[in-house]
Design a protein around this ligand. Structure first.
Ligand code: GLN
Length: 212
């Protein structure tokens, strides 16, 4: 039995849990998988994988620090035996370096990248773009990726460990909006859990990272 936790301090955790449950209802992954909402160190300790959702990274980091979960999360995400997926604010929270530093966001520092928050502008500049992810998700040529005050990976600090999975053009250059570090850490600037009735990204996550 593998346990996939969704960190539930703040943000879009229910949407992730619902997408994962739809995957489990529609597929046999050849291994028992349980999806759980995670708020405490005791719940976290039982997880094999953890999704850190989108939301607001300053709030997420502050809540983690004030509830005492921060050191447990730190240990968890630095354990190479654990699988991690950070979306949007989750990507920011995992990163080693923030371009537009904010003293309140104490990141978990595991992901060897420099990140720019709110890289595409304000809430009103949010957008959904059909993206061709078929290079890493077989047959997925038209995934509706939603970007909400999304961050981008400005620089990969350790190119041996971190591979870009997908890039978008921005201000005349390409910026990384999906990346993988080693075999166990996935990050996306966008929100696959908001793609209504489209569970292809979550299905790939389970197959690629969890049930192996
Ligand atoms: N801009 C937010 C932050 O800085 C992230 C937005 C999101 O997760 N959709 O945390």
């Amino acid at each position: 039995m593998k346990v996939i936790g969704v960190l539930a301090l703040q943000g879009a955790f229910l949407e992730h849990a619902n997408h994962l449950k739809k995957c489990l209802a529609a597929n046999d992954y050849g291994v028992g998988i349980d999806v759980r909402i995670i708020k405490t160190p005791e719940e976290l300790a039982k997880c094999d994988a953890l999704i850190i959702p989108g939301g607001e990274s300053t709030s997420m980091s502050l809540i983690a620090q004030r509830t005492g979960l921060y050191p447990h999360l730190y240990k968890f995400v630095h354990n190479p035996e654990k699988v991690i997926w950070g979306t949007c604010a989750g990507l920011i929270f995992l990163s080693a370096q923030l371009e537009n530093e904010n003293a309140l966001v104490k990141t978990l520092g595991v992901l060897k990248v420099d990140v720019r928050r709110n890289a595409f502008g304000r809430q009103a500049q949010s957008f959904t773009k059909e993206c061709d992810f078929s290079k890493f998700i077989p047959g997925c040529t038209d995934f509706p990726a939603t970007f909400i005050r999304a961050p981008v990976v400005e620089e990969i600090l350790d190119p041996i460990a971190v591979k870009s999975l997908y890039e978008l053009p921005m201000n005349g250059k390409n910026v990384v909006v999906a990346a993988q570090q080693d075999h166990n850490i996935l990050v996306t600037s966008f929100h696959p859990e908001l793609a209504e009735n489209d569970i292809r990204f979550h299905d790939w996550f389970i197959r690629q990272f969890v049930s192996i």
